[in-house]
Design a protein around this ligand. Structure first.
Ligand SMILES: CC(C)(COP(=O)(O)OP(=O)(O)OC[C@H]1O[C@@H](n2cnc3c(N)ncnc32)[C@H](O)[C@@H]1OP(=O)(O)O)[C@@H](O)C(=O)NCCC(=O)NCCS
Length: 166
């Protein structure tokens, strides 16, 4: 298994992987594959990593895109969607994608990363919730941040408009 940047020819496979991963996810909006495509089209896929199996098929993907914080400056990014095909979940692929993406963000001199997700999974990467950093009405424990440098920011976070695709 190899983790590498997405290539032009990967777009369709990444859509399939994303749709398959979220097909049975209880919290899915059903729009995750379209969000990835819209981010790509908008030039807002800052980091897009594919997990590639030995037979060269894409089995996982993670996206990172810029976010805005209304009361803070700095370069912050949102993690997600992150996807692993159902029959290859729980083998460390998601974790490898996330760790590599966070290392890439640090190399880009990012200040930090936010995400909406299950804290029992994301706490292992260092994500914590902070009531001072909100995402609309999302329940605080599920909205988490990882500071890469500087002070923890305060404010309300907005994702890229590509996340609004219906
Ligand atoms: C979430 C996802 C990307 C994780 O990838 P993965 O390759 O299965 O995860 P890893 O193998 O790195 O980690 C497995 C561990 O994460 C836990 N885990 C996986 N998905 C989880 C979730 N949604 N919530 C809580 N824990 C989760 C497993 O229980 C396992 O824990 P354990 O090692 O203590 O048993 C993958 O399960 C997936 O594609 N899920 C469907 C789409 C989705 O929900 N994406 C995230 C939206 S927030």
């Amino acid at each position: 298994m190899q983790i590498r940047d997405e290539r032009d020819e990967d777009a369709a496979a990444i859509s399939r992987v994303t749709a398959a991963a979220f097909a049975n996810a209880p919290h899915s909006s059903g729009t995750e594959a379209r969000i990835v495509a819209a981010l790509r089209q908008a030039g807002a896929l800052t980091i897009s990593l594919a997990a590639v199996s030995d037979d060269a098929s894409i089995v996982g993907h993670v996206a990172f895109s810029p976010v805005q914080i209304d009361r803070a400056a700095g370069r912050w990014y949102g993690l997600g969607p992150v996807s692993v095909v159902p029959d290859m979940q729980r083998q460390g692929i998601g974790g490898a994608l996330i760790r590599e993406g966070l290392a890439r963000l640090a190399a880009l001199n990012a200040d930090g990363c936010v995400l909406l997700g299950d804290p029992s999974y994301y706490s292992r990467f260092g994500f914590v919730s902070d009531p001072a950093l909100t995402y609309g009405g999302a329940p605080s424990p599920y909205f988490q941040r990882l500071v890469l440098k500087g002070e923890p920011p305060k404010g309300d976070v907005s994702y890229h408009p590509a996340f609004d695709v219906a």
